[in-house]
Design a protein around this ligand. Sequence first.
Ligand code: ZN
Ligand code: ZN
Length: 103
Amino acid sequence: MAPRCPYCGSESCVNEAAYRLFVRATRKLPAAWFGERDEVDEDPMIRPSFGDVGYCEKTGKHVWACPFCHAVIPEQEVDSYKARCPECGAEANVAPSRRKIVC
Ligand SMILES: [Zn+2]
Ligand SMILES: [Zn+2]
């Protein structure tokens, strides 16, 4: 099951190897994380980050993957350093390289 591009639906926009690696890395998140989210949310350093798993050839936008539900999602509006997954509603960090530069 190759993930499909959230913009155009093509499988070729998503880097499948990067996606699988990301899923494997974030699967190790402790199960307790979900039950204790409110406490964990206090510390942004503990919050996992969205993965950058592709680049849409048609729209020129990045493809992200959610560290919680592993959905492949479009680039989100970044609120300083974090964004919210449109699929599961969880907040995750955005790596510095993916943050928008605000002048
Ligand atoms: Zn695409
Ligand atoms: Zn999600």
